[in-house]
Every structure is written in structure tokens, then in C-alpha cells.
Design a protein around this ligand. Sequence first.
Ligand code: UGB
Length: 626
Amino acid sequence: MATELGSTTEKLSQLGINGDWAASIPNLQKNLGILSPDQIELAKILLEMGQSHLFEHWPEPGVDDEDKKGFFDQVARLNASYPRGLAAYIQNARRLLADSKAGKNPFDGFTPSVPSGEVLTFGDDNFVKFEETGVREARRAAFILVAGGLGERLGYNGIKVALPSESTTGTCFLHYYIESILVLQEASCQLTEGQSQAEIPLVIMTSDDTHSRTLELLESNAYFGMKPTQVKLLKQEKVACLDDNNARLAADPKNKYRIQTKPHGHGDVHSLLFSSGLLNEWHDAGLKWVLFFQDTNGLLFKAIPAALGVSSIKQYHVNSLAVPRKAKEAIGGITKLTHTDGRTMVINVEYNQLDPLLRATGYADGDVNCETGYSPFPGNINQLILELDPYIKELTKTGGAIEEFVNPKYKDSSKTSFKSSTRLECMMQDYPKTLPPSARVGFTVMDTWLAYAPVKNNPEDAAKIPKGNPYHSATSGETAIYRANSLILRKAGVQINDPVLQVLNGQEVEVWPRIAWKPKWALTFSDVKSKVGGSCTISQRSTLVLNGRNVFIEDLSLDGALIVNSVGDAEVKVGGSIHNKGWVLEQVDYKDASVPEEIRTRGFRINKVEQEELNYIEPGKFSFKP
Ligand code: UGB
């Protein structure tokens, strides 16, 4: 013991530090000798910030020393990963917890109104013009997928990006995203011939919950055709949990040498991008756009080219993609907020805040539909397009810190204690909140059927959603892809039978023919139109898979399943009457544990009874007509 104390004093004097500052916490003071200078600095910060309770249980030096050092490793990580450090986190938490206790409305002084933005109609000349501009611009874009969320609402055991977006081809979300980006890259480079070949960067934000499984998915699939150097994973750290209004950090219930942590939200993406140095790299490489998107939207790339075109033509610094929103739907509302002091901003108001804000500002009924059957506030689908230069400028000021919020669940109306620990959170769409009034902030509305079909809710919760409101489930996510492809082909002149209504996993959905195509077949509406000719018909029970760049369907009458696979240099014309037993959609109950989770969560499986499968593996011109 004497030697321990002796060595502590020696080390402390070497550091020029006496342990007086820790005198009120003898359990810490006794242990200073086992800590490094950096760890001692962190201990000082913790004491200054009122966190001495974290050391109260610390035993004598020599006992659990590795755990004590491990504790500081975690504190160092928490300190480094938060803009301006752990002390700033605790200060922010105290301020936000005090505001929350006082019932302060974050929108105090602001009046909401419906903003105006660009409303696109799929397939008209305007839409086609925006798409073409978007494709041209894509070579100057970087894509950012936020995929750190575990998806608690979905309750899926794997990572969400590994889920099949549809089960006809079984393509998972990450595969679909990467293929789409690669096709966009190629199309963009072709349009801007003569300019240097571009590689569109893809960044994936992961978390401890998703990182290793995301990496594994990429590596075991050769990055789905993307160069590994084109993809960067940035892992977000969790933040410390808070036990009370004084922002005392919560000890992990399972390990007293750890601070309990929880996710900080998708807003972390901005500080991570900033600190990674990638933004300046992209600037130097001549990039102009940064596109953010979420983990499970199988329609996303049908909307991206036109939305990027809008950003470019309208010179938006910020462009949020939006869809008509049903009142109370769990997507934020894009709102114009006007402050009594004259400030205005167009910003997402999160779904749980929109109703109270409206009620507090003269809209007695709160979040309700208007005469159109939709909320007057467009729904934010968290697909943001930022112009790179103003983005870098802003982050240089803020360090990427995004306005945070806290949502404690109080034990009672005195609001003095919590049911369980809480933490600060932030959202990526709150980025425009700190922008100057001169910033060009806009949004683009597209039809939901074209742009948005996320997979977020488990079957049980989805089945409880009132009819007519979106389910946001694996069932609706997949059936929406078939509906969108059918509607796009209809617009291109193909006759497609009406869907049938079916109840799958307790949700009533439209079942259209199962039409799926690879991004290389068509990414834009112009691509689709150039590949469909004559008089084509597709029956409701049919399946059509188009997997080849140069596949043309002409005078095709399909009643059954047709699968066309072809290499890029094969030009294939498919037509005539194709009739077979097809691929049958069979119901599966989500509770049936004998069925794999990926299948039962959507409430059906595809029984491949009979099909016409065409494979063209050599270059050349081919024609198929039975
Ligand atoms: N995500 C992270 O990467 N890290 C995190 O810490 C948390 C999430 P959710 P949410 O479009 O439907 C958002 O949970 O947050 C990723 C918008 O706020 O799916 O409830 C996660 O992996 C809301 O305004 O959604 O609601 C996923 O990719 C509305 O637009 C993404 O962040 C809504 O999405 C979103 O996380 C919507």
C-alpha cells in the first residue's frame, strides 16, 4: 500500500499535478497513480462537470485496475466523438433538460405555414428535363447512406440494408443502392463525354450495432460491383446516457466501470463527414453535391435523378425530397416557420412535434388532413441534397454540430426523475436550422408511389395502422415496388391489368404484377420509354424480370412469368405471346417461425412454378418471339 501511495505522489509530482483537486473524492484520488496524464485530464473534466458519483465505488489501487483504465478509454472516446467534447455534451444536456422540465416549446415564437416548393409530376416534360439534368450532374455527386439505426420499430434481427427490397429477384437494399449509383455514374459520364471519368463516392454511416455486419455484407459480395476504394464506412459513436435533470451520467447497469450509452441519431452524419476530411477532398476533386439517403427505400433511385436536377436548376443549397403526407404519418412535415422577430426558415418539424406546434399556434385540430385528403405540410422523407461548397462553409463554422433535443420519459408531473435514462439526440434534417437567411433552402415534392416506400414497421404494428395510411412495412415496401414499376410501364404505353386487393400480414395492399428491373435496364423515365415499343400487355398475375442493359420489349403479351438475363453487349428484342403457370404469390403468416424472417416479415413468398427464362451470355443481336 505504502509503495502504491508513494508511486502515486511521485507520478503526480512528475506531472506537476497535486491531487488536491480530487481531495473530495478519495476513491479517485487514491487511484490517480494508475492513470495516464490524459486520463487525469479527463478525470478533472468529469469532476468539474459534477460527475464524481462515477468514482464513488472505485476500490483501492490494485483492484480492478484494468477496468478503471477501460472506463477512461470509454470516456476518451465519448470526449473525442462529440463536437467540443464531453463537457459541452453535459452543458448542452443541462440546458435542454431544464427547457424540457420548464415545458419550453422549441418552436417558441414561430408560426408555422405551408411552404412552397417544386412539385413534380412524373413523366411530364418538366420531369424529364429535371431527370436529364440530374443524370448529367450525378458525376459530381457523393452519396451518403445513413445506416447506423438498428430499426427497433422493425424488430428485424439483421441489418436493414441486407433485407431483400423485393423477393422476386431477392436484391437487397444495399445491392440496389450500389447498382443504381454505378449506373448513374456510367450514364452521367456518357452524357458528359470528353470530361474525365468519374467515380461517385459512397459513404455509409454505421454504428456499433451495424458496422461489422455492413462490412461483411459488402466484402462477401465483392462490394456489389463497386470498387472497394469508392466506399467509405464512417462509424458513429453512441452518446452518454443521463440519469437526472442535472445531467449526471448514467452508469451501465451491467458494468459499473462503463457509462451507459445510446444512439445519438442520424444527425451525427454531419460531424462525421466534417471530421473525416472527405468534404475537402471532394471539393478538390470538383464535386458539387452531397446526397443523403436512408436505409430501406426501394423506390429511392426513381426519384433521385429528377431531384438532383431540381437542385441544379434551382441552385438550391439544400433540397429536401418530400411526398404528400397523411396526417399523423410517422414522417416529419416540411414547414415554413416565421418568428415574431421576422426570421423565417423552411425546416422539417418532426412527426411528434407537428401536432403540438399546430395546436399551439391557432390550428385547433392540430395535425389533420385538408380537403385533398393529405396534410397540407409535405412529408419529409429524409432524402437531402446539399450543395457542397456552402455545406463546407457552414460546417467549418459549426464543426458539424446539429441542434439537439432531449426526450426524457418523466416518472410524474413534477418532472424531477426519469423512468429510465435519457440522452441527447439529433437529426440530419435539422442541418438548415443554423443557416443564414440568404441560404437557398427548397424542397421537391414527388408522388409517394414513385419516391417513398420505407420498411420500418413490424407486421404487428403495421396491421394496426388505420386503413389508407401507409404501413411502412416489408409488405408495403415490396408491393410498392411492383406498383411503381407497373405505373411507370403504363405511362410508357404498356397495358397493365388493375391490381387486386389482398390482405397480407393483416395489411390490405394492392398486388400488381411482379415487375422488377435492374437499374442497368432503366434508371430514368426516358430509359424506360426507349426500351418499350409496340403494343404490350401484362396480366395481373404475371412476373417480369428485366436484367440486361439492352433488352427491348415490343408487342409482348405476357400472362405468366418472363425472366430475361443478358450481358451488356447483347441486344435482345422480346415479344409475342408468353403464357405459363408463372410465379405464384403464396401467403405466409409472420408468426410462422419455420419460415425465414426475411420472408415471413412480408407475409408472402414467391413460388416459382413455371417461367420462360431467357439467358443471353454472348454479344450479338437476338430476338425472341415464341
Ligand atoms: N440512423 C442512423 O444512421 N443512426 C441513428 O442513430 C439513427 C438512425 P429511422 P426516424 O423518412 O420515414 C426519420 O429510425 O428517425 C439511420 C426522420 O427523422 O428509420 O424515426 C437509420 O439507419 C423523419 O422526419 O427514422 O425518422 C435510417 O436509415 C422521417 O423523414 C435513418 O437514419 C422518417 O425518417 C432513419 O432512421 C422517414
